[in-house]
Design a protein around this ligand. Structure first.
Ligand code: PLP
Length: 442
């Protein structure tokens, strides 16, 4: 792809500027970090025009594909028409209203009120506030290894020391043990377990709260934690427990939403989780900064008389991009594609697992997939350095992947939902070659 335009800072210059002025908390992937300049469909391009297959979809944000022509057209049309660039909820705007109708039509039954936000973190913050306001209780139960955002309230519910800051207040939250079958905290095997992890939510409430809670929050697939994929029954057990103790069930679909997991726009709906609140962001806007909180009417009604204002939430351009993304997902049957391509990738990865000892586990739903790397299948020692090396090898071969897990040993695959069979084959063949290079190095 040809790169046009005036001369831009070189990669080294950008790196220097970052070193001088960015907070040290900003991190980069790869020994020679990439600068991505352009994107089209499932591909992204660096400043030299080198092409990469984007198998992490920005950072799990690209559902319809990069720069989809329909999104381009709708935004260009708005700019050409001098559509207002900013207006807030204190004025009416049809884009946000249309989007509200559309997203509610995809929501699990009973979730018929919504509010837009600028990010997933903000969506979860509003979910916590709503649950606490509705119940008059403060305690939120989260899961170890969970991730819900980078704001104060969401970090208080973060199950990773790496993301938390010193002196980060974590009042009014407590953690239940993770439903992590590959590393079961109860030393059980999926075949023989009795959902001890679900029962642990009750024990946690009984031992770490006064017996009533505001909310329980969980991702239906724990993305940042390394695509931890709990069994379906886990959610039904836990919803009952949460409701018995007076709490609201918050399903964090920031990563899993927008059809990424196949079958349904929201995984909560597919799994029939009786959630009281669902949050989403990332793929919802196909890269535009927009999130949403959906909730049951009774929770929303409990907030009557209070004010909630968020300057940019539901801005016309973001709302239009999200709405157009939803239309594309529907028209191009991308949810079905996510299921088919996801199943294809999972089965191909399971074959690779037979060849490479370093692959300890392969898991996920639809196009949200994790490959857990271990130094030894018996001890399950975390293969963190190997995960970094593998990422370098795949990058050299034109494939971008993500990484996750508390110890950084889990490769994450989350390409645009529009990925085709040839591109999925490419992911598998590059991984095969890269695993071979990795094993030959030893
Ligand atoms: C499950 C989940 N919830 C919330 C967030 C926070 O979203 P954002 O970074 O848009 O604030 C993330 C981000 O990675 C996420 O994965």
């Amino acid at each position: 792809m040809e790169l046009k335009g005036k001369s831009k800072p070189t990669n080294n210059e950008v790196r220097e500027i970052r070193k001088d002025h960015f907070l040290p908390t900003a991190f980069l992937y790869y020994k020679n970090p990439l600068q991505l300049i352009k994107g089209k469909g499932c591909y992204v391009y660096d400043e030299k025009g080198n092409e990469y297959l984007d198998a992490i979809g920005g950072i799990v944000c690209i559902s319809a594909g990069h720069n989809h022509p329909k999104i381009q057209e709708s935004l260009i049309e708005m700019i050409k028409d001098d559509e207002i660039q900013h207006t807030s909820t204190i004025y009416m705007n049809h884009h946000a209203a249309e989007l509200a109708e559309k997203i509610i039509s995809e929501a699990p039954k009973g979730l018929d009120k919504c509010s837009f936000t600028n990010s997933g973190s903000e969506a979860n913050e509003l979910a916590f506030m709503a649950a606490r306001h509705a119940t008059g209780e403060t305690m939120v139960i989260n899961l170890r290894h969970g991730y819900h955002g980078g704001t104060s309230g969401t970090l208080a519910n973060c199950g990773h020391n790496t993301w938390r800051f010193k002196a980060q207040p974590v009042a009014s939250t407590t953690s239940a043990l993770e439903p992590y079958c590959y590393r079961c905290p109860f030393n059980q095997k999926p075949e023989s377990c009795h959902l001890e992890c679900a029962k642990n939510v009750e024990t946690t409430i009984q031992t770490s709260t006064h017996g009533k809670i505001a909310a329980f929050i969980a991702e239906p697939v724990m993305g940042v934690g390394g695509v931890i994929t709990p069994p379906d029954e886990y959610f039904h057990e836990v919803t009952k427990i949460v409701h018995n103790y007076g709490g609201k069930y918050i399903s964090d679909e920031v990563q899993t939403g927008s059809g990424r997991c196949g079958n349904s726009f929201f995984l909560t709906k597919e799994l029939k989780i009786d959630a009281d609140i669902v949050t989403t962001a990332k793929g919802f806007g196909n890269g535009a900064p927009i999130g949403a909180v959906l909730m049951k009417s009774n929770i929303a009604e409990s907030m009557s008389g209070k004010l909630y204002f968020n300057t940019f939430a539901g801005d016309p351009y973001q709302a239009r991009q999200a709405l157009t993304t939803m239309e594309i997902i529907e028209e191009e049957k991308l949810i079905q594609n996510a299921k088919e391509m996801g199943d294809y990738l999972l089965s191909g990865l399971k074959d690779l697992m037979k060849k490479y000892e370093i692959i300890g586990d392969v898991r996920g739903r639809g196009l949200l997939i994790g490959i857990e790397l271990v130094k030894d299948r018996k001890t399950k020692e975390y293969a963190k350095d190997e995960a970094n090396e593998l990422m370098e090898f795949t990058k050299e071969r034109g494939l971008l992947l993500g990484k996750g897990g508390l110890f950084g040993n889990i490769i994450r695959i989350a390409p645009p939902l529009s990925i085709n069979k040839k591109q999925a084959e490419k992911i598998l063949s590059v991984l095969d070659e890269s695993f071979l290079t990795l094993s030959n190095k030893k």
